[in-house]
Design a protein. Structure first.
Length: 542
């Protein structure tokens, strides 16, 4: 590692705190010895087994390397802090001079283990440098030495001690931007790591996770820079692919399934890399994982919604995309959305036989549900009988078509017929309820007018009930219908054929209209109970 073994300060045999005058004098001494053909050695030559090359060219290069303050400080970071008047340093350097590397390590490690303090700032710097130099010996990485050096360097650079070190190297009035020097130092440390990267933990290879774990001692800004050098590209790749998938999905929802699968495939390596490096509790991993999962999920949803009521079946592919999203998601909110999507897809897939059965009459079902939505938006109560009659008349041909295709006893046919009947009767109940309230307010003591108003109202709804009675209904709905007719004095109508048992429930989303019909039965009992009371007690008052 030339930055250490051939460090300019080692080549010149000078401490990093040497002045320009000291450097010039040392170069003169070395040149003189070279001219005389005599080799020259310094104590620092023995700090590592690899000796420095001290030739005219290397000396010249060493001088040029530290001519400028920025470069001088940079190379000083890759050499020892001598001349700090520290007893532990003096003992350790003496051991290094004599080739006792282990002893020097013991001196510095014992002092550093006490924690950072004003007395051991140079000890930490020197221990980090010795470990880094030893980690490169023999061309094979000593992982333990390298990682410990990385961690201790971080502590030193993040503290105010680096500023004191810089002042000793350059003088108190220097104008070198320390952050730039640290960044360059980090670049070199990262370069060493990248040359020795392994996908799994091993004796002579480091993993990205190990590097990032030992970089936590650096300042937050520098830690983020180190992290970015190892996983920044992975995060960028994922974000780019998310944007591509999003644009494709919005441009053409018919191909949103393809966009989702491509997104999943194109980000597999990157998300696996992040997962191996960052823990699931890491906020950065959570954010990118959830963002990726959400887009894959949205591709599945868009595809599902696009083909939900078409000849194309989106169920299987939408479910597969949703499962892919679940593999990646971390946050509870995203997971909840995914779980809901899985349930919806499974329900859709399980209902495939029913959809196939209803496919020939799907347009008839759609027509009736559209009519139901229009019916429930009506607000003019006085027109309810006319509106309801027209509604039933328009539905009868469609119901007949469905009956002819599915059969009179088919539960989906009966359920839809029940919904039509229930909604028709419900509007009539609502009108009669309004009439009852009006009569109580306006004619509370006039039974004759009450009966007249009720008679008129019943005459209005009777044609509707004639039509409703001819529809096929479940037993429950037929009972509601018959009770009303008996109370109102109507003739209960029946279709040519009437099923005698209750019906099952369709999986089609008919919650709103179905509930309207069921509530109509309850409304009927309330209204007619009220009507009977009014008529009975009104008669007694005449």
């Amino acid at each position: 590692m030339d930055l250490i073994y051939q460090n300019p300060f080692r080549v010149l045999g000078l401490p990093v705190t040497s002045s320009d005058k000291d450097i010039a004098k040392r170069i003169g001494d070395i040149s003189l010895y070279a001219d005389m053909g005599k080799p020259i050695e310094y104590d620092v030559d023995h700090y590592f087994p690899i000796k420095p090359i001290r030739s005219k060219e290397s000396v010249k290069e060493a001088k040029q390397s530290i001519d400028q303050p920025f470069n001088k400080l940079f190379y000083a970071l890759f050499w020892f802090w001598e001349g700090s008047k520290n007893t532990v340093d003096e003992m350790a350097f003496n051991e290094l001079k004599n080739g006792n590397v282990d002893k020097a390590l013991q001196f510095w490690e014992k002092e550093v283990e006490k924690g950072a303090n004003s007395r051991n700032k140079s000890n930490r710097k020197n221990l980090a440098m010795l470990l880094l130099g030893l980690s490169q010996e023999g061309g094979v990485l000593n992982k333990e030495y390298y990682l410990n050096s990385l961690s201790i360097s971080g502590e030193f650079l993040a503290s105010g001690d680096f500023g004191k070190f810089s002042n000793q190297v350059l003088g108190a009035n220097h104008n070198v931007e320390l952050t730039e020097t640290v960044n360059q130092y980090v670049d070199e440390m990262v370069s060493i790591a990248k040359q020795n990267l392994g996908k799994r933990k091993s004796k002579h290879k480091v993993t990205v996770k190990e590097i990032l774990d030992h970089s936590s001692s650096y300042s937050d800004d520098i830690s983020a820079i180190i992290e970015g050098k190892f996983i920044g590209e992975n995060i960028y790749n994922i974000e780019q692919h998310i944007e591509i998938a999003q644009n494709k999905r919005k441009k053409d929802t018919t191909k949103s399934n393809k966009a989702g699968f491509e997104l999943f495939e194109n980000t597999q390596e990157d998300i696996k890399k992040l997962k191996s490096v960052l823990s699931k509790s890491d906020l950065k991993y959570q954010l990118i994982a959830d963002k990726l999962a959400e887009e894959i999920l949205q591709c599945g949803i868009s595809y599902f919604n696009e083909y939900f009521e078409s000849e194309t079946d989106p169920g299987d592919e939408s479910l597969e995309l949703t499962y892919h999203a679940r593999e990646i998601a971390i946050g509870n909110e995203v997971i909840d959305r995914i779980s809901e999507g899985i349930d919806n897809c499974k329900e859709y897939i399980n209902n495939k036989p029913k959809r196939e059965k209803l496919k020939p009459v799907q347009n008839d079902f759609t027509f009736i549900y559209d009519k139901l939505r229009g019916l429930n938006s009506q607000t003019n109560i006085s027109e309810y009988p006319t509106i309801t009659r027209r509604f039933v008349e328009s539905c009868i041909p469609k119901l007949n078509s469905i009956k002819n295709e599915l059969g009179t006893d088919d539960e989906d046919y009966l359920e839809l017929s029940d919904i039509v009947a229930g909604n028709a009767m419900g509007l009539c109940y609502e009108m009669l309820n309004s009439i009852a309230k009006y009569a109580e307010q306006e004619y509370s003591y006039d039974s004759y007018k009450k009966r007249g108003l009720f008679a008129y109202s019943l005459n209005q709804v009777e044609p509707v009930f004639d039509l409703v009675g001819k529809l096929h209904m479940s037993s429950k709905r037929r009972t509601d219908y018959n009770d009303f007719c008996n109370t109102g004095g109507f003739t209960a109508r029946r279709p040519p054929y009437q099923r005698g048992s209750g019906s099952g429930r369709s999986t089609r989303d008919s919650t709103t209209t179905q509930d309207s019909g069921d509530e109509g039965g309850l409304a009927f009992m309330v209204v007619f109970g009220l009507l009977v009371l009014i008529i009975v007690f009104g008669s007694g008052g005449c």
